[in-house]
Design a protein around this ligand. Structure first.
Ligand code: XMP
Length: 529
């Protein structure tokens, strides 16, 4: 395992990703982690970048005992400065801050271990820089192994101990040979084994689930039809069979026919029995007249908890009744709540900076745990989204489900601007179905990270069959993104947009105009609410 110590850089999670892509397990921890408190010994340590300056009061510093562990250490950007600061070098503000591309000239030392980091890179490499400080004096016993026109110590290495520091960011794709550099460190220098694969994960995770759930406890989990909850449900089912209960709450703001389709997909393709609870009347009655997006989210979140709790009580009562009537083994109480939490959420909560400021309150089921005294089970908490998808494929979950775009918990309620009524939901559903259908037909679905239709609460004038119309407007949104933190709009071929627009205005009653959203994130967000 590689230990990545996070000093709050926006790229820290990418370092973890890159190691995982090399099939090496890597864990991110805050830079304040004390080495003596670790329950495992890392084979290598990577220090991340940071928005701080090492010489600032209150700047984060690493537990100096990492340098006595005898394991290789790689410092990236602030990480390099942190190594130098600890070992006698000097760091200062640079005259020329470097943001963006730079050319690093690689300097060989003739010491094979030292040169291993840049092995195979003979001259220059194009890298991505993002720093205002740099090394002004190299610590003693270090070589310079790379420089740029403005940074004389852009890469350094200890002469005898396994410490390397690089000013650039190898974890971002703009550093063209960054992956190679990380691979040299992780595979060649630390000698980590490349054995982190989803094949081995499945067996280990199923055993872990069986172990924690014991012989009796039952588990309940909400399924949404998205890839995370489906993969989590399939794993639970493999592990404990019908002691796992999958529940889908139809909140009235799902996609068209979604509940029925998810039920069929889960039972046919995954062998998981799903209980669908149609609570659409309750949700829609509470949403009537509500315009504020955060209020919509709260209402949906709270109502979900209420409906879900009622269902859990029913499952327990049914199990007891069944036991009385037919005897046999008691299944036990519902003790666990399954949640499809992914690693990026875990990182967010353990990051050195702490949870980032809430821009939107995303759906969470925290309330369920407190009210029902459930314990949380999160089989995907170590995984990134693409690992979940790989896992889904290994579990024979159909590609159509595995590659589905994410769909927000509050559903169409945050895609219908203004009040959410049954008639508005219908319009939004119909437009969404046509849009996604045409994207699939054009073979573009997998190139887009998320696509959906937004229904505006305003009316515009149009003309249909010689008649003046005064109807609503649909906005099409499609984005490409790596992590949904930033996103760019997708450049559709015009003929695809033409077809979508023509179908929506012809087939969806109440809409006479279709527009395409060409805002990136930032300044926009992916959703409109
Ligand atoms: P934004 O709009 O914040 O969206 O750029 C980023 C990603 O988050 C999803 N999203 C949500 N997901 N509950 C969810 O489960 C929510 O309240 C919510 N709001 C946004 C959005 O669909 C996109 O994938």
């Amino acid at each position: 395992t590689i230990l990545i110590l996070d000093f709050g850089s926006q790229y820290s999670h990418l370092i973890t990703r890159r190691c995982r892509e090399l099939s090496v397990y890597a864990e991110l921890m805050p830079c304040t982690q004390k080495i003596k408190d670790l329950t495992w010994k890392p084979k290598g340590i990577i220090l991340s970048g940071s928005p701080y300056s090492v010489y600032d009061d209150g700047a984060p510093h690493v537990d100096p005992s990492i340098f006595d562990l005898g394991v290789p250490v790689l410092g990236i950007c602030y990480g390099l400065q942190e190594i130098a600061w600890n070992l006698g070098g000097e760091v200062a503000k640079c005259d020329h801050r470097e943001y963006g591309f730079a050319q690093v000239e690689v300097i060989k030392t003739s010491n094979p271990l030292v040169d291993l980091l840049f092995k195979g890179i003979e001259t220059d490499m194009q890298v991505w820089m993002s720093h205002g400080d740099q090394l002004s004096q190299i610590p003693t016993d270090f070589y310079v192994i790379g420089k740029t026109t403005t940074a004389p110590y852009a890469a350094i290495a200890h002469k005898t101990r396994p410490f390397w520091g690089i000013q650039f960011h190898p974890e971002v794709t703009h550093s063209l040979r960054g992956k190679e550099v990380i691979s040299r460190f992780v595979l060649d220098i630390t000698n980590c084994r490349a054995n982190w694969t989803m094949e081995t994960f499945i067996g280990k995770e199923i055993a872990r689930i069986r172990d924690i759930c014991g012989e009796k406890g039952q588990v309940i989990g909400a399924v949404s039809g998205g890839v995370d909850s489906s993969v989590a449900a399939k794993l639970m089912h493999e592990a404990i069979g019908d002691r796992f209960h999958a529940v889908l709450v139809d909140n009235g703001v799902l996609r068209e026919n979604e509940a029925a389709q998810v039920k069929e997909m889960l039972s046919k393709d995954l062998g998981v029995n799903l209980t669908v609870i149609d609570a659409s009347d309750l949700f829609l009655s509470r949403l009537a007249d509500v315009e504020d997006p955060e209020k919509k989210r709260k209402i949906i979140g709270n109502t979900f908890i209420e409906v879900f709790e009622r269902e859990a009580a029913k499952i327990e009562a049914d199990a007891e009744k069944d036991l009385e009537e037919r005897g046999g083994e008691a299944k036990g109480k519902i003790e666990w709540l399954l949640q499809g939490t992914l690693y990026p959420d875990v990182i967010e909560s353990i990051s050195f900076k702490g949870p980032s400021a809430t821009i939107k309150t995303h759906h969470n089921v925290g309330g369920l745990l407190a009210n029902m005294q459930l314990k949380l089970i999160e089989p995907l908490r170590e995984l990134f989204k693409d690992e979940v998808r790989a896992l889904g494929r290994l579990l024979s979950i159909p590609a159509r489900l595995v590659n589905r775009h994410p769909f927000p918990g509050p559903g169409l309620a945050i895609r219908i601007l203004g009040p959410v009524t049954r008639s508005q939901v219908k319009i939004a559903q119909k437009a969404d179905t046509i849009y996604i259908d045409e994207i699939r037909k054009a073979g573009l679905y997998d190139q887009i990270s998320q696509a959906f239709a937004v229904l505006l609460p305003v009316k515009a004038v149009g003309v249909m069959g010689d008649k003046r119309t005064y109807e609503q407007v649909i906005v099409l949104r499609a984005v490409q993104t790596e992590d949904f933190m930033t996103a760019d709009w997708f450049a559709f071929p015009p003929e695809v947009l033409r077809k979508i627009s023509s179908r929506i205005t012809n087939e969806v009653e109440g809409v006479n105009r279709v527009t395409y959203d060409i805002s990136s994130k930032p300044p926009g967000t992916v959703e409109w609410l």
